[in-house]
Design a protein. Sequence first.
Length: 282
Amino acid sequence: MQVVSISSLKGGVGKTSVTTGLASAALAAGIPTLVVDLDPHADATTALGVQPAGQLDIGRMLKNPRKARLNENVAASGWVGQIPENTAPAGSGSPATGNGHAVLDVAVGSAFTGIYDRPDLGRRDLRRLSAVLAGAGAYQLVLVDCPPSLNGLTRMAWNASNRVVLVAEPGLFSVAGTERTMRAIQLFRQEFAPQLAPAGIVANRVRSGSSEHGFRLAEMESMFGELLLTPHIPEQANWQQIQGAAHAVHHWPGDSAKGTAKLFDTLLENLLASNGLRERRR
């Protein structure tokens, strides 16, 4: 099982959009996936079409992690029901079996997690999410949508993760924030989580006709080298509509959505290759 935190210390760069795009690609590829919505705004939970039915949210599971019973408290994403019957997930390598074998679950977000988003969490508190995820053995991939800060929740996620994906827009402040985050990961790794490493940086909301974005992308390539993942994700006008309708980008009609879905497929493949998960699936 690979646990990947999706992080950014700057809000508004599309961190949750990247999380849900990767989740959509994982669902299409037939990878059993859990999304942990650690952001108190719980936007990923909304976008994933979750209809909670009495489950504990992730904040309450964190409160008593050793008794959390994760497998009893996750909620299925509404995206699973959007898969046409009698079709296998793309790239799954299995025969058509219908959508009963597609797995995309959500540890539901809530404002309750905000009680842990403090800068003074000790080592015991930083292990809370790790303890909850001890019950996540049924999944091959766990995506943790972090809040846009370096307080307790993000550090808790990093402590439980193998890798961190950073999301950045090709703009001055976002690039500078990404450089600071890379330094923060190295310091956190040295003190708390020797297993943690950056999986790479996703350039999101890229405008191909923008000279500023072109300049910043070149700057990011110079600064981060191979850590700048490809492909870059372009700005998409109807992304808010897709999320508002609680649809996976892979299930949204139109050439624009199909093109974006293919980009996330490739991005996920590159991410899994760097984490070694793709080889274990074969």
